[in-house]
Ligand binder design. Structure first.
Ligand code: KIV
Length: 272
């Protein structure tokens, strides 16, 4: 059952800010294809993130680094065709925005033009400030992403909690304020202490969406395949699994194999 306080027919970047002002928590989930996006949108999720986590869950890569701009556009355009209500945010993939602001703008324009997505998300703080400004100047809404930023995994060396030390926490707080000042409509905070996330959420007027960042932020995001239990080897503390689809699908598919082998399927009723 939905507990939404206001019935947004179509979620926009403006509605998200309004939700924060009204203390209504924002729900966000990833999707990468038409069929899943149809279900996620129909279930009332406010924001669908076409995350570069597609690199892991769709393509089987170990990190998010290999996915290309063309591949992100393919996933995003499939999602956009499915949605009636949610805001669709598309990740700018690694290598499509880090080298200079002009390249960042070109990549963002390609996403908007070729996929029909509504906004882009990019990882980083002050180091991507000029790129964010350039994209925003072109009228493209930008969401920031701080904390554990998986595109920098080789710099971090591990996927453990970020910003536990004072210096990194301080930088993150400054980056969040910079992102708001630059004009971002929201910020994802990934895997940081809950207290720090709460402080950040209170220090900015734009929505802060957490993943592994505790409950005192403005909304939550999870990777769809993790929360429905299609993946089963990834078990971080922050993940709540709402289903165990890995087991259910394995059982169902095993049953199908048996039915084919034993000629139980198709039955007389299942043929012409
Ligand atoms: O790519 C992704 O799925 C993300 C979320 C983990 C926030 O960036």
């Amino acid at each position: 059952m939905s507990v939404a306080k206001k019935d947004y027919k179509r979620v926009t970047v403006k509605s998200l800010v309004e939700m924060k002002q009204n203390n209504e928590k924002i729900s966000m989930l990833t999707a990468y294809d038409y069929t899943m996006a149809k279900i996620v949108d129909g279930a009332g999720v406010d924001v669908i993130l076409v995350g570069d986590s597609a690199s892991n869950v769709m393509a089987g890569h170990e990190t998010t680094l290999p996915i290309t701009l063309d591949q992100m556009i393919y996933h995003a355009s499939s999602v956009v065709r499915a949605i009636d209500r949610a805001l669709v945010v598309v990740d700018l993939p690694f290598g499509s925005y880090q080298s200079d602001p002009k390249e960042a703008l070109r990549s963002a324009i390609r996403i908007m033009k070729e996929s029909g997505g509504h906004a882009v998300k990019m990882e980083g703080g002050k180091e991507v400030k000029e790129s964010i400004k350039r994209i925003l100047n072109a009228g493209i809404p930008v969401m920031g992403h701080l904390g554990l930023t998986p595109q920098s995994i080789y710099k971090f060396g591990t996927y453990t909690v970020r910003a536990k030390e004072e210096q990194e926490a301080q930088q993150l707080k400054e980056d969040a304020i910079m992102l708001e000042k630059a004009g971002c409509f929201g910020i994802v905070l990934e895997k940081i202490p809950a207290k720090l996330a709460e402080e950040v959420a209170k220090s900015v007027s734009i929505p802060v969406i957490g993943i592994g960042a505790g409950g005192d932020v403005d909304g939550q995001v999870l990777v769809l395949h993790d929360m429905i239990g299609m993946t089963h080897e990834f078990n971080p503390r922050f993940l709540r699994r709402y289903m165990n689809l890995y087991e259910e699908m394995t059982t169902a598919i095993g049953q199908y194999v048996d039915d084919v082998k034993t000629q139980d399927f198709p039955s007389d009723k299942e043929q012409y």
